[in-house]
Design a binder for this molecule. Structure first.
Ligand SMILES: *Cc1c(COP(=O)(O)O)cnc(C)c1O
Length: 451
């Protein structure tokens, strides 16, 4: 009778709930404040549901506690979640680009879990430079005379142009005025750096004479931007680095090359210039990212002659784009691996897999899932690197009964999240970017949608 008159009446009180053993164990796990807050929110929601007639009566205490527990578990789920990348795109900017090598992860933990000599010279006891350990290593692996590292590739370009061309003119080919993604456009960066952009040539052809004709007493830099995420094909002409460097020398100008991807070692079949090749061809300054083909943390590397790098060291913008100690630690460890044991860098390992390995992994996954088919698949390096170079790979293809979009959404919500590709009515899981250690978890997730 009482319940019928007042359906809110049996809703428990927060203080009473907090005294129960189940609430105490929630408090131990999530903290007292969070549990109090979650109980209040759950009760408010129940009150609303009763008020709107969605619920006839208050649920029992166990239900209230269970709902609060779910709410708390949701709240502590981190925003950044582990994701199995089954897209076949090794450097997927949306999925965090390069996974780090074990050595780099350990270096991050060491540098960040205690104090470290970030800007302290342990020999002299005086203030040191934060990149002093890194610079010789960068010089060793690239052959550059001088080196600097900043927060990311875009910052490296901005700093270079700010320090070398402010108030002057920067000449760049119309075929290289690219947008890298996320709104990073070369013309905008040149303007931000305080220089005037002088475009030369046409979209498909830019010759040395085009650069030569545009040189004025205001010219500071000849800029070469790697096309990264697209290619001009057909009737095309591009001025090579060596020719450009020759012209720059005649007029006492600097050549800056934004390579983007940061390839350090020549790998068979890649058309991408390496950092060392660009420097050897005469670039005064080369910039690239740390988390593309270099396989390290987010960072921007600047390599070149001392004459070109020194003004950047003195520029006020350097402070605003400096690397933090965790990235610095990861970058140093990654560069050491490049020098001594490149096969331990995950990005390089993934790109170096044979079709037999990929076929075997796909077959193992198929056996674990108990359904699907193994098919040839085109994988890519990604991240604006080698956009045309398809990598022959293998994928497990599934036709989930609930339809591919719904299945893909379900896989994204899992732990770990799984991201693959959709082709027609099926889901494809490419083996190039899946590690053997991920197979068991991936198979569990796929079984749930294949059933
Ligand atoms: C990726 C890329 C950049 C930007 O580098 P971030 O590290 O993403 O800031 C700049 N230039 C080129 C040519 C690139 O490919």
């Amino acid at each position: 009778m009482a319940t019928r008159e007042n359906p809110f009446r049996n809703l428990p009180q927060v203080q009473k709930l907090l005294e129960l053993p189940a609430a105490r164990s929630l408090s131990e796990r999530f903290g007292h404040r969070a549990v109090t807050h979650a109980l209040r929110s759950t009760l408010a929601e129940l009150r609303e549901q009763i008020g709107s007639g969605l619920l006839a009566a208050a649920p029992d205490v166990d239900t209230v506690l269970a709902r609060s527990g779910e709410r708390l578990a949701d709240e502590v789920r981190p925003g950044l979640r582990r994701t199995i990348n089954a897209t076949g795109i090794v450097l997927h900017t949306n999925l965090g680009r390069a996974p780090l090598a074990r050595e780099a992860i350990d270096a991050v933990a060491d540098a960040s879990s205690a104090y470290c000599n970030l800007e302290f010279d342990l020999e002299t006891g005086r203030r040191g430079s934060r990149t002093q350990a890194l610079e010789p290593l960068l010089e060793q692996v690239t052959g550059a005379e001088a080196a600097l590292a900043v927060n990311n590739g875009a910052a490296a370009v901005l700093l270079a142009l700010s320090a070398l061309s402010r108030g002057g003119e920067v000449i760049v080919s119309r075929g290289e005025l690219v947008e890298i993604g996320g709104g990073f456009r070369v013309p905008d960066v040149i303007r931000q750096g305080g220089a005037r952009l002088v475009e030369v040539g046409s979209t498909n052809k830019t010759r040395l004479d085009d650069y030569r004709a545009a040189i004025t007493p205001e010219t500071r830099v000849l800029l070469k931007v790697h096309q990264s995420n697209f290619r001009t094909i057909g009737f095309t002409a591009e001025t090579g680095m060596a020719e450009l460097a020759g012209l720059a020398r005649e007029h006492d100008l600097l050549v800056v090359a934004d390579l983007g991807s940061g390839l350090l070692h020549r790998t068979p079949g890649t058309t991408e210039p390496t950092v060392g090749e660009a420097l050897a061809a005469g670039a005064d300054l080369v910039t690239c990212s740390g988390d593309k083909l270099l396989g390290g943390p987010q960072a921007g590397l600047i390599l070149g002659s001392s004459e070109a790098v020194d003004p950047l060291r003195r520029h006020p913008l350097l402070r605003a784009v400096r690397l933090d100690k965790m990235s610095l630690a990861a970058l140093e460890a990654t560069l050491r691996l490049h020098r001594d044991r490149p096969e331990r860098i995950p990005v390089l390992r993934m790109l170096g897999q044979s079709e037999e390995e990929l076929q075997a992994r796909a077959e193992r996954l198929m056996a674990m899932v108990g359904s699907g088919e193994v098919e040839p698949s085109d994988a890519f390096a990604g991240g604006g690197s080698l956009p045309e170079e398809r990598i022959a790979s293998r994928a497990l293809a599934l036709a989930p009964p609930m339809g591919p979009d719904e299945a893909a959404a379900l896989l994204r919500s899992g732990e770990p999240a799984v991201v693959g590709r959709i082709r027609q009515d099926r889901l494809l899981f490419d083996m190039l970017t899946v590690a053997d250690e991920d197979l068991a978890e991936l198979a569990e997730a796929l079984k749930a949608v294949a059933a």
